[in-house]
Design a protein around this ligand. Structure first.
Ligand SMILES: NC(=O)c1ccc[n+]([C@@H]2O[C@H](COP(=O)([O-])OP(=O)(O)OC[C@H]3O[C@@H](n4cnc5c(N)ncnc54)[C@H](O)[C@@H]3O)[C@@H](O)[C@H]2O)c1
Length: 352
């Protein structure tokens, strides 16, 4: 069976989607929709398919089994809902949307339409990160105590200046958190479980954008662990993302998407091979040149379609990071009641 894929967006990440899809046997790019006709045409010349600038005509293209959405984040739910209503399976880029209200409508529509819905968080497919998840689930870190996650990335001025949507509240829905930090927020939730309370500060310090370019949060996990999280696009020249997780049985450190330290009381036999530095690690780039994580996400999604099972990151899973980011923004808007007062605090209960 051949899967026919329609790509929505036609920009930077759609190129990654096209390359990842073509690396899978039995998959063809059937059509590309984008508002920039030249970009859509160019993608089709390189990867096949028919270019469209008319969304309704694109959705009517057949054969087409699913769409992969790589348009500006604030359009994901609307476009996903339209595709689901046409009987097309929907795999969308992160974030699922920029509001949980819209995300819920998409989840509901996909369910009613009987189509699969998946959200691309490709880190969940990375071998080292999957290994860490396995160790945590097997209890090798013991009781989880502390998580420390830092996304100190840099985006040059033109990253925002040359884009109509990046850094805007209407289409990006936020900045360093909603666009960049969300990958790591998703990982923390996947690895440590739900967060019950947050305290936060966000700031726009370097870039002339509507949203935050710097954010910091204190997270209290439902399992009792606590964590600190920083995300920025203002840390020149940009560093690999770093996550350190400590439990009663020791600590594991991730840099970018690789384990660089396994300091466990009872280290698993396979631990030694993971604790190496990756000399080819990338600092921080908007371009996903290594498409293997995306390829694995698409393969998993197609498998779920074929076998009628749940994709690794379905709508509900994809919504979790968005909901936590909404809670972080809400906590950051809460006035600082600590100034001049003893024992007061600012926090947002994520159940609110
Ligand atoms: N998973 C990842 O690592 C990753 C990396 C980069 C981007 N992304 C996500 O992909 C999405 C797009 O990011 P990008 O870097 O490709 O941006 P981009 O600006 O390069 O591409 C977006 C494209 O959408 C097109 N577009 C604008 N309005 C549209 C509309 N109404 N309908 C269809 N297309 C429209 C633009 O012409 C542009 O070509 C974002 O949601 C972003 O969060 C994910």
């Amino acid at each position: 069976m051949t899967f026919h894929i329609g790509l929505i967006g036609g920009g930077n990440i759609s190129e990654t989607h096209a390359r990842a899809a073509r690396a899978i046997s039995g998959v063809e790019v059937a059509a590309v929709y984008g508002t920039n006709s030249e970009k859509a045409r160019k993608l089709c010349v390189e990867h096949g398919g028919r270019p469209y600038t008319d969304f309704a005509a694109f959705l009517a293209h057949r054969p087409m089994d699913l769409v992969i959405i790589g348009s500006p984040s604030g359009l994901h739910a609307t476009q996903g809902i339209a595709a689901a209503k046409q009987g097309l399976h929907v795999l969308t880029e992160k974030p699922i949307d920029i509001s949980t209200r819209c995300a819920d409508e998409l989840i509901e529509t996909a369910k009613k339409s009987g189509v699969k819905l998946g959200v691309i968080f490709q880190d969940r497919m990375k071998p080292h990160i999957r290994q860490l998840k396995d160790w945590i689930d097997r209890g090798l870190l013991g009781e989880l105590l502390l998580a420390d996650a830092r996304v100190k990335w840099y985006r040059p001025p033109e990253y925002y200046a040359n884009s109509r949507w990046r850094g805007t509240l209407a289409l990006d829905g936020g900045g360093a958190l909603m666009n960049q930090g969300i990958h790591t927020i998703d990982l923390l939730l996947w690895l440590l479980g739900d967060v019950s309370r947050v305290q936060a500060r966000v700031a726009t310090q370097l870039h002339p954008i509507e949203s935050e370019d710097t954010a910091t949060a204190i997270l209290e996990f439902a399992n009792g662990a606590i964590g600190v999280f920083h995300a920025t696009t203002a840390a020149y020249p940009g560093y690999p993302r770093r996550v350190e997780i400590s439990g009663t049985e020791g600590t594991v450190v991730l840099e970018h998407d690789r384990i660089i330290a396994v300091d466990l009381r009872n280290a698993p036999a396979e631990g030694a091979k993971f604790a190496e530095r990756d000399e080819n690690r990338s600092g921080s780039s908007a371009v996903v040149s290594d498409f293997r994580g995306h390829q694995a996400m698409i393969e998993d999604f197609l498998c779920a379609v074929r076998k009628d099972t749940t994709p690794a990151c379905d709508g509900h899973e994809g919504r979790r990071s968005l909901a936590l980011i909404e809670a972080i923004y809400a906590a950051a808007r809460t006035p600082d009641r600590t100034a001049g007062r003893k024992n007061s605090n600012f926090h947002w209960d994520t159940s609110q």
